[in-house]
Design a protein around this ligand. Sequence first.
Ligand code: CP
Length: 332
Amino acid sequence: MKHLLSAADLDRDQAVKLLDMAEEMAATQAREIKKLPTLRGKTVVNLFFEDSTRTRISFETAAKRLSADVINFTPKGSSVSKGESLKDTVLTLGAMHTDGIVVRHSASGAPYQIAHSTWTDASVINAGDGTHQHPTQSLLDAMTIRRHLSAESRAGTGQGSDLTGQDLVGQDLSGLKITIVGDVLHSRVARSGVDLFTTLGAQVTLVAPATLLPVGVETWPCQVFYDLDQGLAEQPPDALMMLRVQRERMSSAGGGFFPSPQEYSREYGLDAKRLAALAPHAIVMHPGPMNRGLEITSEAADSKRSVIVEQVANGVAIRMAVLYLTLTGTKE
Ligand code: CP
């Protein structure tokens, strides 16, 4: 695997292999010395044209744990602020013999353009492009779901977080119900999640107001509800993922996508009442950053069911696995 551009590019076996490798990487992170020599001598550039906390820091951590040299690039303070193009920026990185480029960009397709150009022969990893894809987010979400809702835990032994990586090897998400709620229209997390979770055998349900669903959603491999309480009742989820309302991609606070934050919260927010109605084993997820009080209350975000911090922790292991597989071209 040279690049990772989209969750849709992964077949079931590739996705399971990535999850298995991430478990191996996670096991190394429990050691006193966390650093592995695997990518010594390789250079990774984090090319982030959009803001990020979790993704950028976890890619940096992952690359450093694998002993790669890491360069962090942001437009502010670079020649992008003087008008330099994406092409010339990437050509400049190529001239410095970069091995891997982790790219986040507001333009959907920017990582594809870099990967399929003659500007660089580096591996390209999509860290989020516009409203299109965020493949490592869906992988870390799948890792989190697999850990908690493995076949063993589904068989009645309770939540599976005490399972070891070895117990999970080869498992997919077959038989699980995953519900994704909120601003699907602007969400690369939702698109990547639908692609990956269905590839891994899960049944995915989307819940959103009609104004926050993309044109053509009826062709996606999932059921769609416009009413959250109806969706939760008819398709009780094993994993409930609340999406961030992406106000920065709307022209004003609500951008006309919903009448008011209060109404959105009432109709589509995860509150204590909806939390209490979930199945006892169900987990609550959010990709972050959260709008507490809008799509999720603090009570739900900080509850025992919440695996939101675990999602972040699993991001390091997933990104170690992705960097390893793309930069070494290793199949095993
Ligand atoms: N989930 C996610 O992509 O978060 P950041 O924007 O903080 O990287």
